[in-house]
Design a protein around this ligand. Sequence first.
Ligand SMILES: *Cc1c(COP(=O)(O)O)cnc(C)c1O
Length: 356
Amino acid sequence: MKKHNFSAGPSILPRIALENSAKAILDLNGIGLSLLEISHRSKDFQAVLDETVALFHELLNIPAGYQVIFLGGGASLQFCMIPYNFLNRKAAYLETGVWAQKAIKEAKFFGEVDVVASSGDRNFCYIPKGYSIPADADYFHITTNNTIYGSEIRYDIDSPVPLIADMSSDILSRPIDVSKYSMIYGGAQKNLGPAGVTFVILKEDMLGKAERKIPTMLNYATHTKEPSLYNTPPVFAIYTCLETLRWIKGLGGVKVIEAMNNAKAKLLYDAIDNSRMFVGTVDKDSRSIMNICFVMKEQYQDKEDAFMELAKTKGMIGIKGHRSVGGFRASTYNALPIESVQALVDAMQEFEKTNA
Ligand SMILES: *Cc1c(COP(=O)(O)O)cnc(C)c1O
């Protein structure tokens, strides 16, 4: 049976990226060796790294003065590296969910943290507005897409201090104005590649400002000086990212991806909004186009398990909502085809016919 993979992460990747990665494991570009058994300093791997960086620059239209580097440790290690490198006195954070909270927790090890606004009063079902960013903060940190709660900041914020964004779950889902950010980072496993690599887009003027000593591996300067090659980078994960980037470029770039994402999200949100049974959990102006969260209306809540069973028989994977929200979460990342969203909508409508 065809599977419809709505997993929140690790999650669906373009089929062609998986196929080409499988080939590269056996024989990279016909060199007679596996991608996994050559030196990360060989010219063959350097070519992989160079093309991956170049495609990041091209697809996101990254201006001069930025470096793209690949690190290990997941987005979670960045929660610590960011304040280690950039928080001298005070940093500002926007609290929009669990990932933001984890970032805030790490920052508190290094200095004062000003949480400028939080949507925790309503279980993170909206993006706060009308807050002010302190001009004396070393930086302002946001999580653009809240993977667990399904809210998203789908615009580029104007910040008076360096803006740092965790884009783990919405990188390359829409065009962004990189010049408004001093750093963009994320784990690859939501929208880009396999777990094990973290991308960092760093504005070079952020370097050299730390007032503390930083251990070598945790210092961004180490990884920009010898770009992604201070130590052995996650070579396979980087290769699959390259294949995903090639796929995006082949489709026509991030604008095309955005249109596809908007169409998928509209299809599912319309079905939710027109349903007698299902209801969205996020305020309409804050809805994510990557993670679509919904529950059953109160009078039908005892039917959630039955819908889950029906969905399972139709090949739906990963639609159970996170335990902190309940209900359902359909992750509609870049690589998810609209046919899978249509299949979910059909299942919802079929279930509603017999149960509501
Ligand atoms: C998944 C996720 C993380 C954590 O990523 P790891 O690579 O597992 O550390 C951080 N931020 C967001 C927004 C995420 O979705």
